[in-house]
Design a protein around this ligand. Structure first.
Ligand code: ADP
Ligand code: ASP
Ligand code: MG
Length: 418
């Protein structure tokens, strides 16, 4: 059996859903788990609902209405009659969400976030499963929350592998086509909905594949496969035909966002190949991540992360930055959920480039100022370049102000102001 994953970009409208069905027909896989994300940019729309709800703003009903309107438009493009059962199913999910918002007493952002945002995936899978059924592609709808078990770290659930493995082995029918949600699970303490972190549906596909000993995973994207650079920022790119697990883990970790970084470890452990293919051109080979050569073709790879923060700390009294200081800094970075991208230290200073993903920069800086002299730059870009020649690096640096540079055998990293 195989696992397919379709992201938001593949189902932005009714034509996208029809194209998904076409991909299933072309690939003629009989035994398939299909993992699906929320449609289009719906996760962002649900995030807006959370902000309006917790902020008690008057925009709450408008933000909910935008979501209902978007999905109803897609339904209109897929089903001839609004008497179709799927309308009831979608409306039931919306009612469930509204009831949660009315009854909920918790102000804990991450908890509320997961209870709300998960409806993006619940609705998208409901629509797609009904459409496939309608056109004669038999399938079973599966609630991923009954199978993907995490701890109670809302917004960033850690998978409890033993429970998850047991539930999937015992409860998932590997014969036929199953449609399920990416990104969502439930916690092992209260059974509330959790999520695996933004873009986490690739990871869900890998979890199902691992637990079911799948033959392969294919993630269907709006690009021909993994390219040597993000096509949004680089004009000329090269398609990578084959990448080793190790190289792919490095690329994803440094920010090649075409693959979620957590996806590769479970696949690598069982040597399950990962294919990255274009949903617009499903017959093309795409990229295979698996055992074998590091990179084919051998080429330099450019990864870019925007909106990073570079923080420089120095001691207030010119004393050395010793392990105890640095240890303390890391404790706070962890506490404020800052993702550390790069560090550099000298005798009296310590510089760290972080991803301010949870908007915690202000309280972190306040904490750091208690102990250190603090300087920082917001909105900087981190480039990671692998396997590049010095000429290529020089060319990249030419029109930029480099704030920090770090180099080792395969990798050069630059923090720049553009
Ligand atoms: P999904 O629809 O599954 O959420 P994503 O938007 O997360 O898909 O991933 C696809 C996007 O990843 C592409 O549109 C592209 O802009 C971006 N991307 C970043 N780095 C790369 C890369 N090295 N190769 C291909 N695409 C990349
Ligand atoms: N829908 C979620 C997100 O947009 C998960 C995913 O698409 O992978 O982050
Ligand atoms: Mg995505």
């Amino acid at each position: 059996m195989k696992v397919f994953k379709f992201g938001g970009a593949s189902v932005t409208d009714a034509d996208g859903v029809k194209n998904l069905a076409k991909v299933l027909k072309i690939t003629v896989e009989k035994d398939l788990v299909v993992v699906l994300s929320a449609m289009g940019k719906m996760t962002n729309a649900f995030e807006k609902v959370v902000t309006n709800y917790l902020g008690n703003t008057r925009d709450l009903s408008a933000s909910l209405h935008e979501i209902v309107h978007y999905h109803h438009n897609i339904l209109k493009g897929l089903f001839d009659s609004d008497k179709h059962e799927v309308y009831k199913q979608v409306n039931k999910l919306i009612t469930e969400l509204s009831q949660f918002l009315e009854k909920n007493k918790s102000k804990q952002h991450a908890f509320v976030y997961d209870q709300v945002v998960s409806y993006g995936e619940l609705i998208s899978t409901t629509i797609v499963a009904a459409y496939l059924q309608e056109i004669g592609i038999e399938n079973m709808w599966l609630d991923a929350r009954e199978f993907i078990i995490t701890d109670t770290k809302y917004r960033d659930g850690n998978v409890q592998w033993k429970d998850t493995q047991q539930r999937i082995s015992e409860g998932v029918n590997v014969n036929g086509i199953t449609i399920t949600q990416g990104f969502i699970g439930s916690d092992n303490t209260h059974n509330f909905t959790t999520t695996l972190g933004r873009e986490g549906s690739d990871y869900t596909a890998a979890i199902f594949a691992y637990c079911l000993n799948a033959d392969a995973v294919t993630i269907w994207k709006d690009v021909p496969g993994v390219l040597n650079a993000d096509p949004r920022y680089f004009k000329k790119t090269t398609l990578l035909h084959h990448i080793s697990y190790k190289e792919a883990i490095e690329l994803a970790f440094y920010g090649a966002s075409v693959i979620h970084p957590k996806t590769l470890q479970p696949l690598q452990r069982k040597e399950i190949p990962l294919y990255v293919k274009s949903f617009e051109n499903p017959e093309a080979a795409g990229t295979c991540v698996g055992k074998g050569v590091t990179l084919d073709p051998v080429t330099s790879c450019f990864i870019l992360k925007r909106n990073q923060v570079l923080i420089s700390l120095s001691s207030l009294d010119f004393s050395f930055m010793m392990e105890n200081h640095i240890g303390e800094v890391f404790k706070w970075l962890h506490e404020y959920k800052m993702k550390v991208e790069l560090i550099q230290n000298s005798a009296i200073s310590f510089t760290v480039c972080v991803d301010n993903r949870y908007d915690t920069l202000v309280p972190l800086l306040a904490k750091l100022r208690g102990t250190f002299k603090v300087k920082w730059n917001e909105g900087v870009t981190l480039y990671t370049i692998r396997h590049a020649s010095s000429t290529e690096i020089k060319k990249l640096e030419a029109d930029k102000t480099v704030l920090l540079k770090q180099e080792n055998r395969d990798t050069v990293q630059l923090v720049v102001k553009e």
